[in-house]
Design a protein around this ligand. Structure first.
Ligand code: GLA
Length: 600
């Protein structure tokens, strides 16, 4: 059994091949974290220390015992308001307005197989390869319950964590902040490795000491973002590529996220991964629940390299799905840098014919084939522009296929141009605040994908296009960040989260309807390159920057967590369209072959 429970000590041990994760319910019912690291067999509760510490308060049931304080004890799921002043995993605003939560252990259950999450991507595994633990905690006054979920993939050295927050109380409560994983370390000195960037220069490696104070990275952009990737490493001060301890936290989510790393007054370290608390106030009526996206944890004593190899295996085997997750991907040529908006059916056919001679497998018709789209307009009108193509889509596909080349197409379903028929008939479908001029980015607005009717309309249109011929690949793009957060339909604090779940629901429907379709994710290149998207799209366009020298840096950062098969990488023309640099074809080829290979 990978998950063991020792009744006399109320001790949980989660064991993988080379690691152990341990926690216990203490005498007061708090769930305390004890240990995460290399495999051990003892009870690590001796690491808990109890001192009388000034200005660290004591829970009511500790009576006069001034040595018991949540402000100093390592915890599994720390809550705000009840005496732990560090960053918290959970902030609840109760019906009376108080921000307080006091969760105590109720019961637990150990099951074979890996738990799933309704509406959210999650690590999956055959029943024999995983075990799950569910620990139920409850605040007996507010009747807020938290179900902590742990998945253990023993052979992969992977532990996943998630949480469900349920309101059983009579009044409404509001979730103001929620993480899925907290790692508390009572000793040690750690560095935080994170990956920052910008459009066309994503996932640059950064290593900083976790000093006293709190270091926060995250996204408020509605997507996981080019700026910070939702995956970090806590590394021992001396850890290198090949040696030393490091802990990974990979968030399986594609929207606003927040990762905090804090060194407290006693030299202890806390790391949290979860939803961003800005632009988020999630109300729960009696009986309602909120599912917090999963975090994939991994520990390696073999430095960054050991950690990367485990994440790569886990993502390939237990996150990506569908026909292509274990198949070599088609080598494709994409029309974007060849023609931008300036093409017709003949242009695409000529690309395909040249591709056939070079042994390329597929031609992808990028942006510009639909509606009135010769510049930044027409998004949302997903009708083939046959006048521009000079033929029907079906005819073009058949011509391309006749030369032995597969056909793929670009879409950007979440977007709308103000100059479009859909916007003219449904202006309220865009995310914008009534009475204000919206912020435009790339001259476009974002559709409110948190609304079912909006998704249904777009889904129908996209299916109509995909049904016109043998389309074997879709590049799913998303070319701006969210602003003007507002929904005509629901409590405002729900929009950012519900939007992402809407995107997931759409992708899931698309996968079910076209099980053999290869979907490549994209958001202005790698602006939504995260483990959440990889559950639906087994590859993601890594960056709009195709310069081979810059790509070395971008793909290096990406490689810490994400396997080669997920990284879209293409040979493009020189001088490079983004940087003006000329690099030999050999170098461009070698760099692109460190990903899912193709051409621009
Ligand atoms: C984004 C993508 C590009 C291309 C354009 C089309 O920038 O990352 O690859 O598809 O959109 O508008």
């Amino acid at each position: 059994m990978a998950i063991q429970y020792q009744q006399e000590n109320q001790l949980f041990s989660l064991n993988t091949k080379r690691t152990t994760y341990q926690m216990k319910v203490d005498t007061k019912g708090f769930l305390l974290h004890l240990y995460y690291g290399g495999k051990i067999s003892g009870n690590m509760a001796y690491l808990l220390t109890y001192y009388d510490r000034g200005f660290s308060g004591n829970p009511a049931d500790a009576g006069n015992d001034r040595t018991y304080s949540l402000d100093a004890l390592p915890q599994e799921y720390p809550q705000a308001g009840a005496g732990d002043y560090r960053s918290s995993a959970l902030v609840i605003r109760n019906a009376d307005g108080s921000e307080y939560c006091d969760l105590r252990y109720v019961r637990h259950e150990i099951r074979r197989g890996k738990y799933g999450l309704k509406g959210l991507p999650a690590v999956h595994a055959p029943e024999a390869e995983a075990e799950s633990l569910e620990i139920l905690l409850e605040d007996s006054v507010s009747r807020v319950q938290v179900r902590l979920l742990y998945g253990v993939l023993e052979d992969e050295d992977i532990i996943t964590r998630s949480a469900e927050i349920i309101n059983l109380g009579d009044g409404p409560v509001c979730v103001e902040k929620a993480a899925s994983a907290c790692l508390d370390f009572v000793g040690g000195e750690y560095d935080l490795v994170s990956f920052y960037g910008r459009h066309a220069m994503e996932r640059n490696f950064q290593r900083t000491r976790i000093a006293h104070g709190c270091q926060v990275i995250g996204s408020r952009r509605g997507t996981s973002s080019h700026q910070y990737n939702p995956a970090v490493i806590l590394a021992d001060k001396g850890a290198t590529e090949d040696a030393g301890s490091c802990y990974g936290m990979v968030f399986v989510y594609s929207g606003n996220f927040m990762c905090e790393a804090e060194r407290d007054q006693y030299g202890q370290t806390r790391a949290l991964m979860g939803l961003h608390s800005d632009l988020f106030h999630y109300p729960l009526e009696k009986g309602e629940k909120l599912v917090i996206p999963e975090t994939i944890l991994c520990y390696s004593a073999q430095g960054f390299g050991g950690l990367s190899r485990r994440y790569h295996r886990c993502i390939r085997k237990h996150l990506c799905r569908g026909k292509y997750s274990h198949q070599s991907r088609p080598v494709l040529i994409n029309s974007w840098e060849a023609a931008y908006f300036d093409f017709n059916g003949e242009t695409i056919y000529r690309l395909a014919r040249e591709a056939a001679e070079l042994g390329i497998d597929m031609v992808v018709m990028d942006d510009g084939w639909f509606g009135k789209r010769d510049d930044d307009s027409g998004l949302g009108d997903w009708q083939v522009n046959e006048e521009k193509l000079g033929c029907t889509l079906g005819e073009l596909i058949r011509r391309v296929n006749a030369d032995g080349i597969k056909f793929g197409i670009w879409i950007e379903p979440e977007m709308v141009s103000e100059d479009s028929d859909i916007y003219r008939s449904h202006p309220d479908w865009a995310i914008r605040i009534q009475g204000r001029e919206p912020v435009r980015a790339r001259n476009q607005l974002v559709l409110d994908f948190s609304r079912q009717e909006v998704r249904d309309h777009i889904f129908e249109q996209i299916c109509h296009v995909l049904d016109q011929g043998k389309i074997e690949y879709v590049k799913w793009d998303m070319n701006r960040s969210l602003t003007d957060i507002y929904s005509m339909e629901k409590a405002q604090g729900k929009v950012t989260y519900d939007y992402v779940l809407g995107v997931y629901e759409f992708l899931e429907r698309l996968m079910q309807r076209y099980p053999d379709l290869l979907i490549e994710g994209c958001s202005g290149g790698g602006g939504r390159f995260d483990a959440g998207m990889l559950y639906y799209t087994p590859q993601i366009w890594c960056s709009d920057n195709t310069d081979a020298v810059d790509r070395l840096r971008i793909q290096y950062g990406t490689s810490f967590f994400y396997p080669v098969c997920t990284v879209g990488a293409h040979v493009s023309a020189v001088p490079n369209h983004q940087t003006g640099r000329s690099v030999s074809l050999h170098t461009r080829g070698v760099v692109a072959m460190a990903g899912t290979f193709g051409y621009e």
